[in-house]
Design a protein. Structure first.
Length: 141
């Protein structure tokens, strides 16, 4: 988190998805975030990355049980005012939560991960499809 003398590790975090891709998605669809992070940490990152206005809903650890429970995904859907959605996640618990909530679970392999191994884990958890990145998602639209 940092101290007055040391800025903290959060200052080194970077977007896994290019801002331009998020802007294109947000122009077409309402975007939400479901995260296991504390709200303050998530909001700080979104502000720091300059993407806070792109998201219409955010569900954080304080809002209820964590994934793989479907409750945080259901809450995000309600806050977005939608009944159908895709959830793009990089962990098997993301996929399980999306499927249990009735959202289409899309897996995403994060940079630096072994694509074969990570993709297989996401598919085994129930991903409808595994994407190499957001460019794949934009192409699907």
């Amino acid at each position: 988190q940092g101290t007055p003398e040391s800025p903290g590790l959060w200052t080194r975090e970077r977007l896994a998805v290019p801002r331009e891709a998020l802007e294109r998605l947000a122009a077409r669809l309402p975007l939400g975030i479901v995260t296991g992070r504390p709200r303050g940490d998530a909001e700080r990152f979104l502000r720091h990355a300059g993407i806070e206005p792109l998201f219409r809903a955010m569900v954080c650890m304080e809002d209820g049980p964590g994934k793989p429970d479907p409750a945080p995904v259901v809450l995000a859907l309600r806050r977005l005012g939608v009944e159908r959605a895709w959830l793009l996640g990089d962990a098997p618990d993301d996929v399980r939560a999306a499927r249990a909530a009735g959202a289409v679970p899309l897996g995403a392999v994060t940079p630096g991960e072994d694509a074969g191994e990570a993709g297989a884990a996401l598919l085994a958890a129930g991903a409808a499809r595994v994407l190499a990145g957001v460019a794949d998602l934009l192409a699907m639209l």
